[in-house]
Every structure is written in C-alpha cells, then in structure tokens.
Design a protein around this ligand. Structure first.
Ligand code: SF4
Length: 336
C-alpha cells in the first residue's frame, strides 16, 4: 500500500503537484441525460471547489494554478487535473484539444481526468489511449459506494456493473484508474465502507481516494439532512460467527430473523435492508448484516430515547440467544 505522494515519487522520480483545472464540461447527471439534480452532495462547481475558473484558457489556468504552489514545488513537475464535472463528457475533438493543451508544457508530466464510468464510450477510450501514449493518463472514477441502496440515495445514476466494466476496459488500455469513495454516507456503517474498498481493490483499481462526506451549502444533501435529528443513542456490536461455513450460518441467522420479525408485534421490516435485515421498533431500529468477507455479523442499533437502545437489544436477545455458533457475549452483556 502506497500513498499518492509515494506513487508519484516512484513513477516520476520527484514530488509532483496536481493542478486542478476546469475543462468547461458539464455532467449527464445534471443536464437531463441521466438526471437533472446531479448527485445529492454535488455543489454548483461540480466537485471542482479548488479548480481554476473554466472561463479562462487551459494555458491561463495552468499558469495561475502553478503560481499558487510554485514556492513549494522546487522540482517544478506537475500533473494537470481536470476535476470539475464530468471531464470525458464532450465531443471527441474537444476532449482531445483540452487534454493535449493541458499536457503541452514540458513540466506537466501527466494528466488526471475525473469522470463517471458511464462516460467512457469507445470514442472517448480512443482519445484517452492516444493521449496516454504522449504522457501518462490517470482516470478518476466517482463511484462513492458499492451499495446500490446508497447509490440510489445519492442519485449516482448508474449501476455498479458500469463501474466494473469501465475499470476492466481502462486497465486493458493500460490506463491508470483511481476510484473515489465517500466515507460516511447516510445509512452506511464502517463495515459497509470497508466492503466498498475491498470490492474496488478486487476490481483492479490502482488507487483509492477517500472523501469524508462533506455537506456543502446549497446542495440537495444539505436540504435532506436539515430535518434529521441526531439519535439519542447509537450502538454498534460485532458478533463473530464461530463455524467454518460462516456465510451459510450467517445467512441462516439473517433469514430466520427476517421471518421472526414479521411475526413480532411492534416490529416492522424496513424495505431498504442494506444486505441484511433492518427492523423498526418503537422510536428506534436495528440493522443486522452479514459481512461479505469476514465471519462477522455487525449489529447497529439506534434509538431516539435514552435507554431505548438497550430496550431494543433486549427484544432482539430473545431471538439471538439460541444461536450457539454466534459469539454474542458482548451483545448479551449490553442487553442484560
Ligand atoms: S457525477 Fe460528478 S459532476 Fe455529476 S452530479 Fe455527480 S458529483 Fe456532480
């Protein structure tokens, strides 16, 4: 595992700074092709808060961006980074012209292009291959999460398979891939974030860029969370599955709990279950999931009243206590 700085030093032999540019592109998730409002966290600048202004030429933007970091960059080597909006969303000739302008100066040693995996058609791939033959190209894909329910919530606008296919095609073309992941999306637990990371690494991404969820002014996310209250209590407990075939056993617990929940007065199953079972009880809820790769059942409980999490745990303990291949000691200690 390497940091980006270490990767650049290895690849270019010195420290390299990224210069954020605005190529003047828009996004299919904003112009109506895929959606209108865009991803719920996306600001008016299309994620390019630190990019230079798109009304200026690429050359002028490069000069301004260099001037900002020149005093720190003694080697004077840079990566041009098209950051704002979807930078492969445009006609082939325009993309070629923008990319070649950005890598024209000698001190620009490579090009990074932020985009969506559904904007990498064969015409775009041909341009990327052409430019990659001049100076190394890295494509940064805004996946954010592998969990389809979260992807729908943030209005990402494409399925996971589109991402996997894009990674495969970029790797075949010998183009570096970096995947952006957001940590802290509403409803995602640490286990789910780990799962996203594991899956993108297994898909072959060369790098992962983690973002902590930022709620920017004026975004739909800001409006969505404005009405949400912090829960009075929240608890996460992980229960180890002790048997070798942990997937079968864990799935049996989830399935039987789902059936059990349907019979319990005051319990109601939530439709969006994030690969497990989520049940609303009174003014709180619990979510029990099966880890994809580890012998673990992570349990999350939230309650809107003091003492509510324990009450929910007590109810759930009646069901879980009989599973002898589940290490539920911590959970039972909390419940009792
Ligand atoms: S794909 Fe990128 S530019 Fe488009 S709406 Fe989402 S975050 Fe914004």
């Amino acid at each position: 595992m390497k940091t980006l700085n270490e990767h650049y030093r290895e690849k270019f032999g010195c420290k390299v700074y990224k210069l954020s540019l605005d190529g003047g592109f828009t996004c299919p998730n904003r112009d109506g092709t895929v959606g209108i409002g865009g991803c719920i966290f996306c600001s008016a600048s299309g994620g390019g808060e630190f990019a230079e202004k798109g009304c200026e030429s690429i050359e002028a933007q490069l000069e301004k961006a260099k001037a900002r970091v020149q005093s720190k960059n003694r080697n004077g080597k840079y990566i041009a980074y098209f950051q704002s909006f979807t930078n492969t969303y445009g006609p082939e000739e325009l993309l070629r012209e923008r990319y070649l302008s950005a890598i024209g100066p000698e001190e620009i040693v490579g090009l990074s292009i932020g985009t969506r995996p559904d904007c990498l058609g064969e015409d775009v791939m041909a341009v990327l291959k052409e430019v990659n033959a001049v100076k190394p190209v890295s494509v940064e894909l805004g996946l954010q999460t592998i969990h389809e329910a979260s992807a729908r919530y943030i209005r990402r606008g494409y399925e996971n398979d589109v991402y996997f296919d894009a990674v495969r095609r970029l790797k075949e073309a010998n183009i570096e891939v970096v995947t952006h992941i957001i940590l802290g999306l509403p409803g995602e637990t640490p286990e789910m974030m780990k799962q996203t990371t594991k899956e993108v690494m297994a898909a072959g991404t060369d790098g992962v860029k983690f973002h902590l969820l930022h709620v920017l002014r004026g975004t739909d996310l800001e409006a969505l969370i404005a009405g949400l209250e912090e829960p009075a209590e929240s608890k996460e407990i992980r229960m180890n599955i002790l048997t070798e075939d942990f997937k079968t056993y864990g799935q049996k617990v989830i399935d039987e709990l789902t059936a059990y929940a349907e019979t319990q007065p005051g319990w109601s199953l939530a439709p969006s279950n994030y690969e497990g079972v989520r049940v609303n009880i009174g003014s709180g809820w619990f979510l029990l999931r099966l880890s994809l790769h580890d012998p673990l059942l992570p349990l999350n409980i939230e309650a809107n009243e003091a003492g509510g999490a324990k009450e929910i745990a007590k109810e759930l303990a009646k069901f879980l206590a009989s599973y002898d291949q589940l290490d539920a000691q911590k959970f039972l200690a909390f419940a009792n």
